[in-house]
Design a protein around this ligand. Structure first.
Ligand code: PAF
Length: 281
């Protein structure tokens, strides 16, 4: 595996690979790789001649009071995991390399960005869309892999790819979970032992909500209030949102047929966690 720090070197290499008609599979991450990332890398490895992994904690997608500084980092561990998963190129730029000056141009996400994570993290999806636009230019991927845990991100990126005509195919990969259902996330490491035990409630809540909808309970307001109250009574977490929407449009349902998402974000004292279930009715 070759580690690349320079954006020029990355882009030249990608253009050379394109000339050789090699398919490039790209997994963008912020590092602290876990089994969820490994699942993305494995799918990329199966489907492409060349696999590029990026590890870059993108400051543009963090708000002023968010966890940019305390976001977990472990680059040696990440290099080892990348080697184990057969990554060919690890793109590891510094912040100065990616943002040498205040950006002259950024991408603004118009649709699906002011709800769920977008409403509690204003500007977050603009930051994600901007860094991905830059990374797509540098890496020239044919296929790009994202985890379904960030389902809103997947929907936003689908819009970015379509509207900006990036010749890249988006792959959304199944969420990998711990035994108690907690979705694997780099932020889980920040939880205290007590919070870690409590965090299983996210997936429990999603599963209960899905069961209720399957049973035909469409009294969403009451259902959501009841589930939120339970979380706040039984854990140290505060619910940021718990919503049932159509997917991928992320709109309030008007009919109960089609694809739906139940999405949740809970703020524990040490970390904010998100999760979702996407299902058909
Ligand atoms: O999902 C993430 O880790 C980030 O949002 C991404 C896609 C790498 C962009 O910084």
């Amino acid at each position: 595996m070759k580690v690349i720090h320079s954006k020029t070197e990355m882009q030249q290499l990608a253009l050379q690979l394109k000339k050789q008609q090699k398919t490039i599979g790209f997994v963008p991450t912020m590092g602290y790789l876990h089994e969820g990332h490994r699942a993305l890398l494995q799918e990329a490895r199966d489907e492409n001649e060349v696999v590029v992994l990026s590890v870059f904690v993108n400051p543009l997608q963090f708000g002023p009071n968010e966890d940019l500084d305390s976001y977990p980092r472990a680059i040696e561990q990440d290099k080892k995991a990348a080697e184990e998963e057969g990554v060919d190129y690890l793109f590891l730029p510094t912040t100065e390399e990616m943002y040498p000056h205040t950006p002259s141009v950024t991408v603004h996400v118009q649709k699906r960005a002011d709800i769920l994570c977008g409403s509690s993290r204003p500007g977050h999806f603009d930051g994600v869309a901007t860094v991905l636009t830059k990374l797509f230019q540098l890496i020239q991927p044919d296929n790009v892999y994202f985890g379904k845990k960030d389902a809103q991100q997947v929907a936003v990126v689908a819009g970015l790819i379509e509207d900006f005509h990036f010749p890249v195919k988006l792959h959304a990969v199944q969420t990998v979970r711990e035994e108690d259902g907690l979705a694997k996330s780099s932020r889980n490491v920040k939880l205290s032992p007590v919070e870690r035990k409590e965090a299983g409630i996210l997936y429990q809540t999603l599963s209960i909500a899905r069961e209720e909808l399957i049973k035909g309970n469409h009294h969403l307001k009451q259902l959501v209030i009841k589930l939120q109250e339970r979380i706040e009574k039984e854990t140290s977490g505060k619910v940021d949102y718990l919503e049932i929407l159509t997917y991928p449009e992320l709109e309030a349902p008007s009919v109960w047929e089609g694809t739906f998402i139940i999405a949740i974000a809970v703020r524990f004292p040490s970390a904010r966690l998100i999760d979702n279930i996407i299902f058909e009715l």
